[in-house]
Design a protein around this ligand. Structure first.
Ligand SMILES: [Cu+2]
Length: 148
């Protein structure tokens, strides 16, 4: 990183404490192991905005595929379809669940299957904030997850 860039970053930190104080807490983070023959899967977690300001998630990235996005599930006449969520807004203190059948993180075009005991790094891109990254455990069944 160049000296000028570092100086700019430092200035932003000093001048905008209200923006940088915003925080996203990610818990119960897990990824479903890929079913046989499938090179896609979904990740789930509980998200909480632990700050006093509104947080907006504008994207999501992972270390296993460039094709990572937040999806919501819509049910229309008994047919479930998924569509990307461009902006996920969490009000101060608000908690939301990414869970099977609802909102989830979609991991597509994987280059290798994901199996039990692996983990995936997933980062949430936040508006006006640094990304928040978390380790997601790969598991076949949610029940086998260890709570900590
Ligand atoms: Cu999806």
């Amino acid at each position: 990183m160049r000296r000028q860039t570092l100086f700019l970053l430092t200035s932003v930190l000093v001048l905008s404490p209200q923006i940088w104080a915003a925080d996203l807490s990610v818990s119960d983070a897990w990824v479903r192991a890929t079913p046989p023959g499938k090179m896609m899967t979904a990740a789930y977690a509980t998200l909480q905005n632990t700050s006093n300001a509104t947080l907006v998630i504008t994207g999501v990235t992972s270390d296993v595929t460039a094709h990572t996005s937040v999806h919501e599930t819509l049910t229309n006449r008994d047919r479930a379809t998924m569509r990307p969520v461009q902006r996920l807004t969490l009000n101060a203190g608000e908690r939301t669940h990414l869970a099977p059948g609802g909102m989830h993180i979609m991991l597509m075009k994987l280059s290798e299957p994901l199996t039990d005991a692996q983990s995936v790094d997933i980062c949430f891109t936040l508006e006006n904030n640094e990304p928040v990254c978390n380790e997601f455990s790969v598991t076949k069944h949610r029940a086998s997850m260890k709570h900590h």
